[in-house]
Design a protein around this ligand. Structure first.
Ligand SMILES: Cc1cc2nc3c(=O)[nH]c(=O)nc-3n(C[C@H](O)[C@H](O)[C@H](O)COP(=O)(O)OP(=O)(O)OC[C@H]3O[C@@H](n4cnc5c(N)ncnc54)[C@H](O)[C@@H]3O)c2cc1C
Length: 365
């Protein structure tokens, strides 16, 4: 027996008029916000302005008053602050219940989370309890104005070969997680005014089965998501040794080393450096791609860089389609030359000689 799929017409849309505004979950560690929180607040503001509605922030933790104030400085009109010792560390059960209470009382039409390990966990837990859907891992967020006020949550689909825009017509709130580094935060404005709502929510510690015994920090000093300069390498490096060379260049330029997945998969470098669909999304001022072909799964993680410089032996490599500057050549000739030039400039600057201008034959890096 086949069942006909019935399409919803505008007339049949439920009345969601009591749901208004955009709520952004502010993710933090020990009261220090993750950059994605302010990026999403910035995008939340842009959406809320189109909807002529407020942008709200949700801050959950222990002693997080400062963070609530920061959320206003980064664009929130109203902040819901859930403050309790039980909320000191992120745990799915108390955080999701507290968030559900705020969503129930504040009735936002849109709720946004970072597509981080915590954001994905929290949003997923909430979506299973609220009668609504969740679009995961979005790279574009827009809204249709009145009357539909629908969230247009877009994300790559079919191995990044197309963008899918997903709508949640039948339920509220509309929920999405979004990738870091895609949206721009608003400039911090400490003079902004907003309202902080202290949410009366407590949960006894005994009611929470999961206990946090300790946090063991991974031995990683890489902060690829916030780097302004990234020196990335791909399979064209040929071996793990190649990354030592890239690290030298990154050190000279004050940047971080990035990598394609091909290099992570063979163990030349660890996952903290991976950029792309299954790695980090980055937005540096300067991105060097050495020996990276430019597969869509890589490009999706770095295409928003302000300037992309690609070095590849193959003039047909797809990376050249998105690079602002391209050099066709062997990276093992070009990288050492760049390191030498950077060192020479530093030495000249230290000795007060200054480097050559471009007119004198100098190269601007
Ligand atoms: C579901 C899924 C998720 C994925 N997620 C990611 C992800 O997050 N990030 C990611 O990067 N990939 C990801 N991939 C893999 C992706 O499809 C590519 O396989 C990968 O990005 C290729 O890495 P590469 O460019 O380093 O290697 P290759 O495609 O092999 O390119 C190597 C390049 O180096 C050049 N080259 C070789 N020697 C030299 C030299 N001496 N000097 C200069 N150039 C040289 C070659 O011309 C070539 O263009 C994913 C794939 C799938 C299916």
């Amino acid at each position: 027996m086949t069942e006909e799929v019935k399409k919803t017409t505008e007339d049949e849309m439920p009345d969601w008029s009591e749901y208004r505004g955009v709520l952004v979950y502010v993710e933090h560690r020990e009261g220090v916000a993750k950059p994605i929180s302010w990026q999403l607040l910035g995008q939340g503001r842009r959406l809320a302005e189109k909807l002529n509605a407020d942008v709200m922030a949700l801050v959950i933790g222990d002693n997080v008053g400062k963070l609530a104030e920061e959320a206003i400085a980064f664009g929130a009109d109203r902040v819901f602050q859930v403050d309790s010792p039980t909320m000191h560390d992120y745990r799915t059960y108390p955080y999701s219940r507290a968030a559900m209470k705020v969503i129930h009382d504040a009735k936002p039409e849109i709720v946004l989370f970072g597509a981080t390990a915590t954001g994905r966990d929290l949003a997923g837990a909430i979506a299973t309890h609220l009668p609504t859907g969740l679009t995961a891992d979005c790279t574009q967020l827009d809204v249709e104005p009145d009357p539909s006020r629908l969230l247009l949550a877009s994300r790559p689909a079919f191995s990044e070969k197309m963008m899918a825009t997903i709508l949640c017509k039948q339920y509220r709130p509309q929920m999405a997680t979004a990738r870091a580094g895609v949206f721009e935060a608003l400039p911090r404005d400490p003079s902004r005014r907003g309202e902080i709502v202290h949410v009366d929510y407590t949960m006894a510690e005994e009611a929470v089965a999961a206990k946090v015994l300790d946090f063991i920090r991974e031995e990683s000093t890489v902060n690829i998501e916030e780097a302004e300069i990234i020196v990335a390498g791909g399979r064209g490096l040929g071996s793990a040794e190649g990354f030592k060379l890239l690290q030298e260049l990154a050190d000279e330029l004050g940047g971080e080393v990035g990598a394609s997945r091909a290099c992570v998969d063979v163990g030349w470098i660890n996952h903290h450096h991976q950029i792309g669909q299954t790695g980090y999304t980055v937005r540096p001022k300067l991105y060097f791609a050495f020996g990276i072909s430019g597969a869509v799964q890589h490009v999706v993680g770095m295409q928003n860089s302000d300037m992309i410089i690609a070095v590849n032996r193959d003039p047909e490599a797809p990376i050249f389609k998105i690079a602002h500057y391209g050099i066709v050549g062997d990276l093992y000739e070009i990288v050492p030359a760049m390191i030498e030039e950077a060192r020479k400039r530093k030495a000249d600057a230290a000795s007060g000689k200054g480097s050559k201008t471009e007119a004198e034959g100098g190269v601007r890096v």
